[in-house]
Ligand binder design. Structure first.
Ligand SMILES: [Zn+2]
Length: 104
């Protein structure tokens, strides 16, 4: 396959599993399936394992949880506890956004 030779800084991009938007990796939250078959939020982006990405937007998290998109992307079955924990995390993201926008 021939690639266009455009010289620019390489920014790794990933796609949100909920809204399918492609964004720079750093703007997304990475979730990783652990060896135990549970899901963890990978703040460092460096954990190994099967990963999925979501926007830092509560909507995307709701969609992913409601429609079982995480289960599918990570090939696991989230427990009710995990779903609750992820919802809480999503809510905290929304709060961060508000703080960030008022700080500017
Ligand atoms: Zn999204």
């Amino acid at each position: 396959m021939k690639k266009k030779a455009i010289k620019r800084k390489h920014i790794p991009e990933r796609t949100c599993i909920a809204c399918r938007t492609t964004r720079p990796k750093r703007e997304l939250v990475r979730l990783v399936r652990t060896l135990e078959g549970t899901v963890v939020i990978d703040d460092s982006g460096k954990r190994s394992g099967r990963g999925a990405y979501l926007c830092r937007q509560q909507d995307c998290w709701e969609q992913a949880l409601k429609r079982g998109l995480l289960n599918r992307a990570l090939r696991l079955k989230l427990s009710d506890e995990e779903i609750d924990a992820l919802r809480e995390y999503a809510v905290s993201l929304a709060v961060d956004d508000e703080l960030a926008s008022t700080a500017e």
